[in-house]
Design a protein around this ligand. Structure first.
Ligand code: GDG
Length: 493
């Protein structure tokens, strides 16, 4: 069997006795149980000169870690990846701080990755590259003559061509995705945005609309909604009932209804907007004073970036105002916690909650939404209040209370509706969501992507150029089909 090489910006090497970090790490390790493989990425360390890979082994998995220089980190990671691509791809071109030397640094680090990977590559290795930090990697590997099967998965959204075309040098960055054999997105909408982008670059399209020919290469695109370790999460949530942390939390709640939010401090997550909505909710619903508590868990992230520091200050100030205005000696409406909890503890807290608040302004998928669903007790489930701009809404829209995170009044109303929702409706809503998260777990997701990546490429002789109007009509007319092993990609086909 051919070797699988996973490449991502950071690599999660588990420490002895540590619970696996979750998500991608769990999926990758499970893939390596069946086939030989390597996981490559930045070590997280800073060196005087950018180095080559050093290897470590844990169980079945071999990790290749590469150091970067301070300049690399400033330009490639903090600069172009986090200050340009992150806001742009989350539809926030207004927040991007484009700087050409930083873009050059981004390309340089990608070339450095490619040089070092090139030295390891066997002709039948299959590569799976992850996320926006490494978009041009395939281009540099192709330039070195590698014809390997290479797939890419974008964990964050992809906006429409109008937004993408405002990114300076977008052809060099976004256009480089066409060097992969398969590009996977979180939702059909992201996928369709990329189809629109390729067509704006005069690509020709296959009859089925799944593959494109551009610059003499064929690229296939598809939607592969990422998921979680559903069964593990369910088990954690059930077992947490007896844990000390959950016991203490329950005691401190004194029969109040718990609302919970869990996310990194990031402007895309809509935290300030949600806190405002909670303010509106408290103002409009005095009967819930003393009967509900909102717990917001927000481990700090990217704290060296000034925008994130500002957001932290604003958030702390708003929360202080709300607690000062509505709280009393025996009741704090909003508990704000900046530390990280273990996944079993998070699962227990989700299960304790009557309402899960997941209201990003824009999000690739949002795994918290799926974790909240998996953690619920079907006999007495909580309600998921979910932003329509989270990728997860494409799958969970039937059962969640969908909200527009820019509409504070409507969010406040949804919070009240969730708190007051009768048991039968809560159960029906969970029943609409849980089977989806059970059927498409993280293992299924990885399997679907790799199965698709191993398929033969389409024959480009039948491809034709379509007017943008024609192709958008075709894409818009597609009906979502249920996700299954037989129909792995293109929920919109
Ligand atoms: C990117 C995309 C996409 C949070 N606090 C703690 C903790 N977490 C865990 C959550 C969840 C994960 O972090 C966050 O995942 P999200 O999907 O919500 O968001 P991003 O970090 O922005 O991830 C996103 C994802 O990639 C996957 O493709 O869904 O759209 O932006 O698992 O539980 N985990 C622990 N303690 C915490 O305090 N252990």
């Amino acid at each position: 069997m051919s070797r699988l090489i996973v490449v991502s910006n950071r690599v999660a090497v588990p420490k002895a006795g540590q619970i696996m970090a979750g998500g991608l790490a769990v999926a990758v390790n499970s893939l390596f149980e069946d086939r030989p493989g390597l996981w490559l990425g930045w070590s997280g360390d800073i060196a005087q000169t950018a180095g080559g890979f050093r290897f470590e082994e844990r169980g079945n998995t071999q990790f290749g870690l590469l150091d970067l220089t301070q300049q690399d980190i400033d330009q490639y990671y903090n600069g172009f990846s986090n200050r340009v691509l992150w806001p742009f791809l989350h539809y926030r071109a207004d927040l991007a701080e484009f700087d050409r030397p930083e873009m050059e640094g981004y390309l340089r680090v990608n070339r450095h990755f490619a040089e070092n990977i090139s030295a390891l590559l066997e002709p039948d290795d299959v590569l799976w590259v992850h996320d926006y930090h490494l978009i041009p990697l395939a281009k540099y590997l192709r330039a070195r003559g590698h014809k390997n099967r290479i797939g890419f998965f974008l964990h964050i959204p992809l906006p429409p061509v109008d937004v993408l075309s405002a990114l300076p040098d977008h052809r060099e960055i976004i256009g480089a995705l066409a060097q992969y054999d398969l590009v996977g997105f979180q939702t059909a909408s992201d996928r369709n945005n990329f189809a629109g982008y390729l067509q704006s670059m005069d690509a020709t399209m296959s009859e089925d609309g799944e593959s494109f020919e551009i610059g003499g290469r064929c690229v296939r695109i598809g939607a592969f909604p990422i998921s979680i370790e559903t069964e593990t999460f369910k088990r954690y949530a059930q077992q947490a009932a007896t844990s000390r942390l959950i016991g203490e939390m329950r005691k401190s709640m004194d029969n109040q209804s718990l609302l919970i939010g869990v996310e990194r401090l990031d402007y895309t997550k809509g935290l300030l907007e949600r806190i405002d909505a909670f303010d509106y909710f408290l103002a409009a619903n005095p009967e819930w004073h003393g009967r509900s508590t909102y717990l917001q868990i927000t481990p700090k992230s990217r704290s060296s970036v000034p925008e994130y520091q500002d957001m932290d200050h604003q958030l702390s100030r708003r929360i202080g105002e709300i607690n000062g205005r509505f709280g009393g000696v025996a009741w704090t409406p909003l508990r704000y916690v900046n530390r990280s909890y273990t996944r079993p503890s998070l699962a227990g807290l989700y299960r304790l909650a009557r309402v899960g608040l997941v209201t990003p302004l824009r999000d690739g998928m949002n795994l918290v939404a799926k974790e909240f669903v998996a953690a619920q007790d079907p006999a007495d489930p909580g309600v998921l209040v979910l932003s329509r701009f989270a990728g997860a809404s494409a799958e969970l829209g039937e059962g969640a209370l969908l909200v527009n995170p820019f509409d504070r009044d409507a969010m406040a109303t949804a919070i009240a509706q969730a708190l007051e929702m009768p048991l039968a409706e809560r159960q029906a809503r969970l029943a609409a969501m849980l089977p989806i998260v059970e059927a498409n777990d993280i293992y299924h997701w990885a399997d679907l992507f790799l199965t698709e990546l191993s398929k033969p490429l389409a024959d480009t002789r039948s491809f034709r150029r379509q007017s943008t109007i024609d192709s958008f009509r075709r894409i818009a007319l597609r009906r979502p089909a249920p996700l299954s092993r037989d129909n792995p990609v293109n929920q919109g086909s």
